[in-house]
Design a protein around this ligand. Structure first.
Ligand SMILES: [Zn+2]
Ligand SMILES: [Zn+2]
Length: 401
């Protein structure tokens, strides 16, 4: 008899201790970036007694697991990221980070634990699967482009005869009601690009600005002009955020400095808007400089692209979550989050979806609970089995034959 949603969820709850134990072990020993040897070891250990072919990354400590179903069919990918943040944990939890200056403040420890819980449930139900499940356990989500390295190393061809044709990822969020699954079709998270500029003037005496070339008013004019640019040049239905987050110039009250430095971020929800706004920021800055006879060196670093959920995949997540957890737990988000995710690289290549699993701890309100990346963030562990079951169900549906 095929596993029903109820059976799958209760199997995940029966395994809750194992899931939570793995999560806590990961939580105590967070690692940052692309090289996470200790974390990788725990992941390999958890895979060890499962009928899953495991390979490890060449350029990073990524892990790819392949589970083959009883019958041939397509290949479906489930992603869990495993890196932590350079944050000093102040939660006081009994299993708090033992590494000063590092913390699983984005909950990626829970992602690994849920993904491995799902691997176990799926391995036990291999005969119900027509096709393969690829488990993508990635380092370096927090700004290190870990997913891109895995794609370059052939992630999508982990099963050569059946390249990955669908993908799903969960992200835990402390500011959403515990146990809720939140998703939307189309843009789910933003593209994030950084820019820097140096306004080059000519220093001098603060009493004689006409004989210097003061970069400070030019920098100030650029800051304001960028705000006008966003409101006048950007369609509100394809929005952009431009934030000047860092500005620095001068050293004392009677000296005009020769340069002013500015840096910030651009967030957008479409590739077209992204290119357009980047061009506009550069144009506004360099031309304001020119208008005043100064030059502006402009530089940018491309961050992650827009995370775009496939319309059908997002609908499947909503249906699956409603079936597993009840309709009130399945929530269609009205708007994307303007944060960024490198699962976007996977979703650029194959249709799929990323969903958010709410984990606001009991006694706190989602709106005011410390958020992801905070030194005080706590994730409720109660919904972890629900996440395990959702991961597993998404794969079972894709490989139902
Ligand atoms: Zn994060
Ligand atoms: Zn994250």
């Amino acid at each position: 008899m095929p596993t029903s949603s109820v059976d799958l969820l209760s199997a995940a709850y029966n395994d809750a201790d194992r899931t939570i134990d793995l999560r806590r072990r990961l939580h105590r020993h967070p690692e940052i970036g692309l090289h996470l040897p200790r974390t990788q070891e725990l992941v390999l250990d958890a895979f060890a007694d499962l009928p899953i072919e495991v390979t490890t990354g060449k350029s990073t400590t990524s892990v790819v697991g392949v589970l083959r179903g009883a019958r041939p069919g397509p290949t479906y990918l489930l992603r869990g990221d495993m890196d932590a943040l350079p944050v000093h944990e102040d939660t006081g939890l009994p299993f708090a980070s033992e590494v000063p200056g590092a913390m699983h403040a984005c909950g990626h420890d829970t992602h690994v634990a849920m993904l491995l819980g799902a691997a176990r449930l799926l391995a036990e139900r291999r005969d119900e699967l027509a096709g393969q499940v690829v488990f993508m356990v990635q380092p370096g989500e927090e700004g290190f482009h870990g997913a891109r390295f895995m794609l370059e190393e052939g992630l999508l061809d982990a099963v050569p005869e059946a390249p990955v044709s669908g993908a799903f990822a969960l992200h835990i969020i402390s500011n959403l009601p515990s146990g809720s699954v939140n998703v939307r079709p189309g843009p789910m998270m933003a593209a994030a690009d950084q820019w820097k500029m140096l306004v080059r003037g000519r220093g001098g005496h603060a009493s004689m600005p006409h004989s210097a070339a003061d970069p400070i008013p030019v920098a100030a004019e650029i800051v304001l002009a960028l705000q006008s640019m966003v409101t006048r040049r950007v369609d509100v239905f394809d929005p952009a955020v431009v934030t000047v987050a860092h500005i620095e110039a001068g050293s004392t009250s009677n000296v005009i400095p020769d340069t002013a430095f500015l840096e910030g971020t651009i967030r957008t929800l479409s590739a077209e808007r992204r290119a357009d706004v980047l061009g506009a920021v550069r144009r506004v800055a360099t031309h304001i400089g020119e208008a005043h006879g100064l030059t502006v060196d402009f530089d940018h670093v491309e961050g992650y692209p827009v995370t775009v959920n496939d319309v059908g995949a997002a609908a499947t997540v909503l249906e699956t979550a409603a079936e597993l957890l009840g309709p009130p737990a399945s929530l269609r988000m009205a708007a994307p989050l303007m944060g960024a995710e490198d699962f976007s690289y996977v979703l650029e290549r194959v249709p799929g979806a990323m969903a958010f699993l709410g984990a606001c701890p009991p006694g706190l309100e989602p709106e005011t609970a410390p958020g992801n990346h905070s030194n005080l963030v706590v994730f409720d562990e109660e919904p972890l089995p629900a996440g395990v079951a959702l991961y597993a169900r998404m794969a079972m549906q894709a490989l139902a034959g």
